[in-house]
Design a protein around this ligand. Structure first.
Ligand SMILES: [Fe+2]
Ligand SMILES: [Fe+2]
Length: 135
């Protein structure tokens, strides 16, 4: 499976947000790398926690911009963030309870999660936020 790499098609045209998305992509690559090297549960769990935590910080950053600039699509976008967090926390809970291992299916889920959200939903705010001078 090809690991997710940063590509220009993922750019939302706002540098501060692209940088955060790049960080998430890098963390997923780190998880893939650790799995490839056969790292144990503890290492994988730590990276997984870091991804979930950073995603939360990133979602909060976007939502703050929506609030500051009164982005009309904020409500629907926030619903999507909340659903993504819920799914990730469910996986995290299962992992911590020993009901799940972090596998390539988990990576697939994370990549899909990020890619679909960035390309489908995040890009919908580009024009509006760039118009407000957000960089
Ligand atoms: Fe985002
Ligand atoms: Fe978003």
């Amino acid at each position: 499976m090809a690991i997710m790499e940063w590509k220009s098609e993922l750019s939302v045209g706002i540098e501060s947000i692209d940088n955060q998305h790049k960080e998430l992509v890098a963390m997923i690559a780190e998880l893939n790398d650790a799995m490839g090297k056969g790292k144990g549960r503890e290492v994988l769990g730590t990276i997984f926690d870091k991804i979930i935590q950073y995603a939360g910080t990133h979602f909060a950053y976007e939502e703050k911009l929506f609030a500051t600039h009164a982005f009309p699509g904020a409500a629907a976008h926030k619903v999507e963030h909340a659903a993504l967090v819920k799914q990730a926390l469910e996986l995290q809970g299962k992992f911590k309870a020993g009901q799940m291992t972090i596998s390539f299916a988990t990576l697939d889920f994370l990549m899909d999660w990020l890619k679909k959200h960035i390309m489908g939903t995040d890009k919908q705010y580009t024009q509006f936020l760039v118009g407000k001078g957000v960089k």
